[in-house]
Structure formats: C-alpha cells, structure tokens
Design a protein around this ligand. Structure first.
Ligand SMILES: NC(=O)c1ccc[n+]([C@@H]2O[C@H](COP(=O)([O-])OP(=O)(O)OC[C@H]3O[C@@H](n4cnc5c(N)ncnc54)[C@H](OP(=O)(O)O)[C@@H]3O)[C@@H](O)[C@H]2O)c1
Length: 339
C-alpha cells in the first residue's frame, strides 16, 4: 500500500476544511464520506469529488475500500466512533480533543493497541514546519533556558444555539475547543508534564466554560500561562521566554501555508538602566517558514507516514493522554468555581 484511502465521518465545519485541503495531500485519497443525512453526504461528496457517500457513519466503517477514518464529530462522540472504527479494522485520525476525558482517551488507545491500528489526535498545527522550526530553535538554545510560555486562543461567536461548543452534552466548552491548543503547545515546548495546574474561568449560561485562564507549573522552574475564550478577542499569539531572549509567534495555531513567521528577540532593558554608551541589544530577527502543502494535507500525510511506513505518530499516545489530564483538571477546577 502506498496511499491511504480515507473515509470521513461528519460533514461539518472542520470536515469541509480537511476535505478542501486534501487535494495537496501526497499519500492519500478521499474515498468515502458519511453523514447523518444522506443529502449532506451527497452534497459534500459532490463538492469534494468523493466517489462514495452514505447517509450513516456505520456504512463508512463497513466500506472495504477505506483504510483510515477521519473523525470530525462533536467531542462527546469521538470515543464511540473511534472505537467502532478501530474494531472495524480502520486506522483513525480523530479530531482534537480526542475524547471527553483522559479515561476515554486511554480506552481508545487500548483498543488501537489490541486491534493493531494507528490512532492519532488531530492537532494539525503540529504538522506545520513552523512548529518544527520553533521546537528546533528552542531545543537548540535560541532563548537560553525556557522559563515562561505565554499563549492565548480566543474568538467571538454569537452562534450559541446549535453550536456544539456551547453544548455540555457534547463535551463543549472553551478549554476543549481551543484551550487544548495552548496546553498542548505549552507541554510541547516545556518537554514535560506540569506538576501543578491552576485555572479560573467564567461559565456560560448553557453550562460550558466560556472563558478560561490558567497557569501550568512545570518541573525545573518553567511556567506557562494561557487564556482562551469564545466571547472575546485577543492576539492569539505565543511567546516563549527564556534566559537569553524570547520568541514570538504571531500565528501559531493555524499557520499560513506560505510565509509563516516567527521572531527571535532579546530584551531591551528599561531605559533608566541604559548607560549612555550601552550597546543596544541585537535587532529582532524574523524568520519565514513555508509549507509545501495545505495544513490539513500535512496532517493527513503525517498520519499516512505513520500507517504506511511505521514511523512514530506526530502526537503520541502519552502526549495526548498528558493533554487530556490537564484538560480534565482545569475543567474540574473551573466548573467548581461556579456555585
Ligand atoms: N483541527 C481543527 O482545526 C479544528 C477546527 C474546528 C473543529 N475541530 C474539531 O472538530 C470537531 C467538529 O467540529 P466542527 O467545528 O466541525 O463542528 P460542526 O461544524 O458542528 O460539525 C460537526 C458534525 O458532526 C456531526 N454530528 C453528529 N452528531 C451531531 C450532533 N448531535 N450535533 C451536531 N453535529 C453532529 C454533523 O455531521 P453530519 O450532519 O454530516 O453527520 C456535524 O456537521 C470537534 O471535535 C472540534 O473540536 C477541529
């Protein structure tokens, strides 16, 4: 096998983006799509030139010409449909967050192991060369010893009714939706699991967390802070601050295919500390990184690489479980702040 034949479960927002980007993938073809509604499946298949469509998810799992399934369903459905897909002999790329909680995620990886199939959580920014460049720079000592990681991921939506993000029964909430990126990035850069996490937030009337801010304390004196929200705007950048300088990433979560940038800077002391002839800190250096495929195609090809060539998956089981444990703890703390 040299390419993967993909089946897609669900025809919503991210499924459209995934399928829309798929044309640039090198190691896969879209073979089948399944939806709760036959008409949605049909129009999705037409738009994305997918040869087969079904009005159910089960039929995708039964299809003989499907090797891997992409699960783009609401968070609460990831556990059930991932396990059903694995049991049907399919490899699974499952949208983030991989499950409703860490226990479900553990279950899913246990089934993947038993069935000998690959399971990966779809954190697409991990597949962009920008992320690889940042990790390489940090590990190479570009900012000295990392001490502080600061991130935000916010947006404002007015669509509450019918929005999976505002439905507690579908495991919605801002931490699950976008806070998970900040946690994932912080843990990736720290290269460790946090020993302590502390979060506060605001609950929406629908019963999900709507705004959250948290601190992650890593071993070795490294601290991460992040904020996320579904009714607020912010810069949505990432900063990695070290003893010798800091890195700024203007678009860390969904980097553009071409000319994604990051900047390496060295602090300017407060003016009063500057002696008359003080040497100015080195100028900021901005680096540009371009990908050769669309973001979701990079992700699909990373996954195909693991399935077809047996390479380690980009987001490992331990990595995903670590992220889910932090999400579990923060969600518990934030919900408990509301009486
Ligand atoms: N990686 C990324 O860039 C990214 C971006 C956005 C979202 N996501 C993740 O992708 C998943 C889906 O998000 P989305 O934005 O695509 O959501 P969405 O637009 O609401 O789509 C979800 C799809 O799930 C199916 N579905 C099955 N049961 C449903 C129910 N009870 N309520 C609503 N939909 C149901 C529907 O497809 P059918 O009607 O066709 O069956 C629906 O279109 C989430 O896990 C989210 O965290 C990832």
């Amino acid at each position: 096998m040299t390419t993967l034949r993909w089946g897609i479960l669900g025809t919503g927002n991210i499924a459209r983006q995934f399928a829309g980007a798929f044309g640039t993938a090198r190691r896969g073809v879209l073979a089948v799509v399944g939806s709760r509604e036959s008409s949605s499946a049909q129009s999705f298949a037409q738009t994305h030139r997918i040869p087969t469509h079904f009005g159910s998810y089960e039929q995708v799992l039964r299809a003989k010409d499907v090797d891997a399934v992409y699960i783009s369903l609401p968070n609460s459905m990831h556990h059930e449909w991932t396990i059903r897909a694995l049991e049907a002999g399919k490899h699974v790329l499952c949208e983030k967050p991989i499950a409703s909680n860490a226990a479900e995620a553990q279950d899913m990886f246990d089934v993947a192991r038993r069935t000998g199939r690959v399971l990966m959580e779809a954190f697409m920014y991990r597949s962009h060369p920008l992320t690889h460049a940042i990790v390489g720079a940090v590990r190479g000592g570009a900012v000295g010893q990392v001490r502080l990681i600061r991130t935000s991921f916010c947006y404002r939506t007015n669509r509450i009714a019918g929005n999976i993000r505002f439905d507690p029964a579908l495991a919605g909430g801002v931490l699950m939706d976008v806070g998970c990126y900040c946690i994932d990035f912080s843990r990736l850069i720290a290269g460790a699991e946090p020993g302590r996490v502390v979060g506060v937030g605001h609950m929406h009337a629908s019963g999900v967390d709507e705004i959250a801010a948290a601190v992650l304390e890593f071993p070795g004196g490294n601290t991460a802070t992040f904020s996320c929200g579904m009714s607020v705007q912010a810069d949505n950048t990432a900063q990695i601050c070290g003893t010798e300088g800091f890195i700024e990433i203007p678009v860390p979560w969904k980097p553009p295919v071409h000319n994604a940038t990051w900047t390496l800077a060295h602090s300017t002391p407060p003016k009063m500390d500057l002696a008359a002839k003080a040497v100015a800190p080195p100028a900021r250096q901005t680096f540009t990184v371009s990908a050769d495929r669309e973001l979701y195609a990079l992700e699909a090809d990373d996954f195909a690489h693991a399935v077809l060539d047996g390479t380690p998956i980009r987001v490992s089981e331990q990595d995903t479980l670590g992220n889910m444990r932090v999400l579990d703890e923060l969600r518990k703390q934030i919900a408990s702040t509301v009486r």
